[in-house]
Design a protein around this ligand. Sequence first.
Ligand code: SF4
Length: 694
Amino acid sequence: VIEIGQPEHSQVTTCAYCGVGCTFKAEMRGEEVVRMVPYKDGKANHGHSCVKGRFAWGYATHKDRITKPMIRAKITDPWREVSWDEAIAHTAAEFKRIQAKYGTDSIGGITSSRCTNEETFLVQKLVRAGFGNNNVDTCARVCHSPTGYGLKNTFGTSAGTQDFDSVDQADVILVIGANPTDGHPVFASRMKKRLREGAKLIVVDPRRIDLVRTPHVKADYHLPLRPGTNVAVINALAHVIVSEGLVDEAFVRERCDMADFAEWAAFITEEQNSPEAVSALCGVPADLIRKAARLYATGGNGAIYYGLGVTEHSQGSTTVIAIANLAMATGNIGRPGVGVNPLRGQNNVQGSCDMGSFPHEFSGYRHVSDDATRQMFEAVWNVPLSGEPGLRIPNMLDAAVSGTFMGLYIQGEDIVQSDPDTKHITAGLAAMECVVVQDLFLNETANFAHVFLPGSTFLEKDGTFTNAERRIQRVRKVMAPKNGYGDWEVTQLLANALGMHMHYAHPSEIMDEIAQLTPTFAGVSYAALDRLGSIQWPCNEQMPEGTPTMHVGHFVIGKGKFIITDYVATDERTGPRFPLLLTTGRILSQYNVGAQTRRTENKLWHEEDLLEIHPHDAENRGIKNGDWVKLASRAGETTLRAKITDRMALGVVYTTFHHPETQANVITTDFSDWATNCPEYKVTAVQISPSNGP
Ligand code: SF4
């Protein structure tokens, strides 16, 4: 029992973990948070929360926090604490030196989906207007970049189509490549409530996730597909819908490009897309595919929810497009209860993408080569801008190894631990002459840094996050930054040291500039957010609270575009040396690489990453529950304990990636999505064998 005592004051703010975006009342005594109370007026959570948002904020005052800037000449040197003035002047001098020696394109920046909209907007502004190139990328590269590509090309907007409340009107819920119970707990509860009310459920996942069978919820159909066959399975669902005459013809005729549809329908009815042909690839019985397709097409409002099990594949973008095709063919777009809904992983992955953190797009998803858009930014920023797309994260690392990219500013992202093919990442970082890490802790990436700039937690910030339903919500400062500056102020200091003229007095002024330059954010201001509680973009004067349901009446792109989605097997193949497939995910109590949850005092968090194995696969190798096992792939190997469970399909193993000791990404390969370079985390050929431990 913990004696909390009475709070003296409180402040409403937004959770900094997942893309649900729960709001909380932070109850304070002085500058100490004593309790996070789920906020009943929060429009994403309606007074609910999960264990992370409610209890895992202790990391903000953890002893591991670095609060003083540090520099060192070589990454083998010890760190030296310096003043902010010296750290910023040193960084600016290094970046100028590198550009003078290697050229304008030799430096870049990485923004974080954990930071606020205002912070990410400033980093991309620093890169475009200060560095003079478009070498800016975001950690969304490794999670939902295929969502941006797929939904933009089919519907016209790189975002989910519905608000969370929409699930209350769904009749059939199709969950693919997502485990909401662990990944998006508050929304999962909402979904389960609707299922208990009678909505039908189809789960497409290699693993028997919690939703498939719980005491109160049972999936009508579970399609336990082989990892890497998403496109084949969705094509087969569409094949059944078209060949059995289940297409919503009125919707398609009125709302979609008919020439595209005719071409797609001819493709999708080819024999290779039939459930029988696909069954041989994916391992799901053809009859099950047929039944699931009929239920989705005829069961009333059909709502699709998906996660990283869709995007983190070599065909991630193709899968998102296939899902969009399926929704359009059945008329499940443009009203409450339907839609295509990416369950965004990080608190602000939607916002980070919205803010122009990609090397080819300004805020609002407008291409840098578009003259009118570029001129608008040039007029406000008062500097000429490049119309050439910049480097993505993997390209920056490639260029570093080949000696043309030498300086990197990383705000709030641990690419060594969270990006795939660790050896490639570390080789690229080690080749650079100035790596600047701005973060809360000395993370794995900081091992390769020359400058460390202490960052601030969400409790120390004013700003906004945008959740998975495009809802912009305020983050309010409840304690002073431990390092003396907010993250946006550090970016501003660096920008000015490089010769820019940034003079924002408060993040609200950055939001005013975002609203001025980004049509989907027109009308967003801190005053409006304080008045309305939240705003769902797109918004403007006519729709001040924004748009809960997108594509009503017509698609943003005009006519919805069907795009052909050929299934192409991943190059990652099983064989005698690596006969099993590894896929990865999260658990409820941990968050991503665990930097925050592992630093919150509570025994619950201190679990280890386990390797889930089907009983027969374990028995064949003499592995018992709790044994240490060696997990090896072509890329590398690690050691962890076995958990034997029939949740897993035969031939498939699964682990989480929360603990640095496990280093799950030592195992993953450098294969990535053909359109966006999103890594193929979800399919790795592996072998497992008994081990004596690490
Ligand atoms: Fe935070 Fe997500 Fe949990 Fe809500 S569901 S409290 S946003 S981690």
